[in-house]
Ligand binder design. Structure first.
Ligand code: AMP
Length: 125
């Protein structure tokens, strides 16, 4: 069910529960500002989600309210995850859904990292 990214943050969304350790994940990276884990329903051979450790609904919310340190830390973490997984040379794709038209399903900011095969056109045609 797509979410309305303008709603207040829901402390019980699935990624908030993963951050609190209430639900397991296949973790690949964690630091003060970011957690990365494998998507439960991968859309590419490698499909990793990177989320900020702070409570932000979407990229819109994060870019408006996140501190400089949180934003820098998160952006660096996304790059670090991709470098550590050897994705830079063959290439990878980043994607973040924001709101209903994007079909965002989880109301905690997440950046998808897709890699592992030629990924084709940017959007379905
Ligand atoms: P989006 O449509 O951008 O909100 O994407 C949400 C993503 O979260 C989807 O790719 C789901 O497969 C993924 N997802 C949902 N629940 C979990 C979970 N418990 N662990 C890992 N990934 C999940």
């Amino acid at each position: 069910m797509p979410v309305d990214a303008t709603l207040p943050y829901d402390d019980n969304n699935i990624f908030a529960r993963i951050l609190r350790g209430e639900i397991p994940c296949r973790e690949v990276y964690r630091d003060a500002h970011a957690l990365a884990f494998h998507d439960i329903n991968p859309q590419a051979p490698t499909h990793i989600l990177v989320i900020p450790t702070g409570a932000y609904v979407s990229w819109d919310d994060f870019s408006a309210r996140g501190s400089e340190a949180e934003i820098a830390g998160f952006v660096r973490a996304v790059g670090e995850v991709a470098r550590a997984a050897g994705m830079v040379e063959p290439g990878y794709r980043l994607l973040a859904n924001i709101g209903p038209d994007s079909h965002q399903e989880v109301p905690h900011l997440h950046v998808h990292i897709f890699a592992g095969r030629p990924l084709g056109p940017m959007l379905a045609r």
